[in-house]
Design a protein around this ligand. Structure first.
Ligand code: FES
Length: 152
């Protein structure tokens, strides 16, 4: 990963991509979503402050554990003056997100167990397949249909 000399306080999008490991398109996306900001030069080129590197590292680390961008954006917006997350900010937020991650792992384990029941079955039955009809959405409609068929 190329080093950026300390005396450089602003980065082009290419430098930010090279140093952070994020694709230029991802950086544009983060900017469009309000996660990072840049100023424009007279030639309409983006310049990012050096601390955007840490901001991008924060975003990517959070994304890697499956934290939705909207949650990341809220977390960044809640920091005083929307500052770049400090070491303490990341420690606090990552601890809070661990509970969410545990919950998602539990849900995924449950889904995996249901999927195991589907392997080799293929019925996708609304009556019996939990993955096909996870909330039993049509349970009421089935009862209604039966009532109608019975002439009630
Ligand atoms: S496909 Fe038959 S139980 Fe899911």
């Amino acid at each position: 990963m190329p080093q950026i000399p300390e005396k450089i306080h602003e980065l082009t999008v290419g430098q930010l991509a090279a140093r952070s490991g994020a694709a230029v398109s991802a950086l544009h996306f983060y900017e469009a979503k309000g996660l990072i900001t840049s100023r424009r030069t007279g030639g309409n080129q983006r310049r990012f402050s050096r601390d955007t590197l840490r901001r991008v590292a924060f975003i990517r680390a959070a994304q890697r554990v499956g934290i939705p961008l909207a949650t990341i954006r809220s977390a960044l917006a809640e920091l005083p003056e929307e500052r770049t997350p400090t070491r303490e900010d990341w420690a606090r937020l990552s601890e809070a997100w661990r509970a969410e991650l545990d919950e998602r792992i539990t849900q995924l384990n449950r889904l995996r167990d249901h999927l195991t029941d589907c392997i080799g079955c293929g019925c996708l039955s609304l009556d019996t397949c939990v993955l096909s009809n996870p909330d039993d959405k049509f349970g009421e409609r089935r009862a209604g249909s039966r009532l109608m068929a019975e002439g009630h």
